[in-house]
Write a new protein. Structure first.
Length: 390
């Protein structure tokens, strides 16, 4: 039995079968290159679904995490730790937002945002003004509540009843927002619908919706679990939309490979949570926050401009490839629409054979490479992608 077959056998016997795995076991990696147990080389255009923002095994990130591990790995939020405050300060100073609550993953961050929005409204208006609007084709997580917030029915099978108080409206339809605003405490949006197909929401609609929310004391929650932390070429995507959200959620890339998420609160919401209102045991873990500090420190203006340039370079190259109908997205969050007969799932499978790791997003091939990917790695991965498309 090969090493891979042994790993696969143990996994199939003992790990819950809630994932459709590809027949590959990854042994090691550096930046955007990884290898399986047979020594085959792959270019990673997934970064662990947008998580490994600095790629595999970045030396600066490893140093930050391991040095903190040598001092203190966990103590709980009953006590102060230095990296937690450092990272919160950096995020607030970079965004203009006021306070941060740290959590462990995107769904948990979105749960925190939902709770904060409802408490904000309860504190000001009492019961009954608790509905949250989200967009059709959105994705906000896999807990029962965040599934209820998700505007895709494909995720709604089996798990009824869902949490009440959510309604889905079409993206870009301002009249739908206005006509459904009674009893609403918040509008929750992804500026680029990632799992929905890497579809940017129109800036004009977003600005108009933000203004309407401000005028009617409806909170604007921006879900940046996938778009945040440099992915689109700015620290957060909302900066490129010219809006000021009341709550922003982040996860994935902020931890660089370890579980970390954040809920960022603006001026209207910074004091919503009081002691006992919300908590999580591992939130603000010092070792993981130390890694987050390293990541945010690296994402300066020059670094973010390079993210945009790399994204433009990839899109230009991809559009010259066979069987490509178009691209979408921003920065290094890229969707590739294929022509009829070329299913994204088949392209991903072919990509593995050719030496590139890819993702899907509904009807598109999705690329979320590490933000640190080099042009040499990009070229190698694109050559493999072109073979997979051929």
């Amino acid at each position: 039995m090969s090493v891979f077959e042994d790993i696969q056998s143990v996994d199939q016997q003992y790990v819950c079968h809630s994932y459709g795995r590809f027949p590959v076991a990854i042994k090691d990696g550096k930046n955007a290159v990884c290898h399986d147990f047979d020594g085959k080389r792959y270019i990673d255009f997934t970064s662990g679904i947008g998580v490994n923002s600095l790629g595999f095994c970045d030396s600066g990130w490893i140093k930050a995490v391991t040095e903190q591990l040598g001092r203190l790995q966990h103590i709980s939020n009953l006590y102060y730790t230095e990296p937690c405050g450092q990272l919160a300060k950096m995020l607030c100073e970079r965004t203009g937002l006021k306070k941060v609550f740290f959590a462990n993953g995107g769904a948990e961050a979105n749960e925190g945002a939902i709770k904060a929005a409802r408490k904000y409204s309860f504190d000001r208006y009492g019961k009954g003004r608790d509905k949250i609007l989200t967009l059709v084709n959105s994705f906000h997580g896999r807990t029962v509540t965040t599934l209820s917030a998700t505007g895709q029915e494909v995720f709604h099978n089996y798990f009824f009843p869902f949490t009440e108080g959510f309604e889905h409206i079409p993206a870009g339809d301002f009249e739908a927002l206005r006509s459904h605003s009674e009893g609403v405490c918040a509008l929750m949006v992804e500026l680029i619908q990632g799992e929905g197909g890497v579809i940017p929401v129109e800036p004009e609609y977003v600005k108009k919706a933000a203004e309407f929310c401000r005028e009617n004391d409806i909170l604007l929650i921006v879900d940046e679990v996938q778009t945040g932390v440099g992915r689109t070429g700015s620290l957060f995507c909302f900066e490129q939309y010219g809006i000021e959200p009341d709550i922003v959620t982040a996860a994935k890339g902020i931890g660089g490979g370890l579980p970390l998420a954040a809920v960022l609160f603006g001026e209207r919401t910074e004091n919503v949570f009081n002691p006992g209102d919300h908590a999580t045991t591992f939130g603000g873990n010092p070792a993981i926050c130390a890694g987050g500090v390293e990541i945010v420190n690296r994402l300066d203006k020059d670094f973010l401009n390079e993210v945009k340039k790399k994204g433009d370079y990839i899109r230009e190259r991809v559009m010259k490839m066979p069987h490509v109908a178009g691209t979408s997205g921003m920065g290094l969050m890229i969707g590739i629409a294929t022509q009829d007969g070329y299913k994204p799932a088949d392209v991903v499978k072919s990509g593995i054979s050719e030496g590139v790791l890819l993702l899907t997003a509904k009807t598109k091939v999705r690329l979320l490479p590490p933000l640190t990917i080099t042009y040499e790695e990009i070229d190698e991965g694109l050559a493999a992608l072109e073979r997979a498309l051929g």
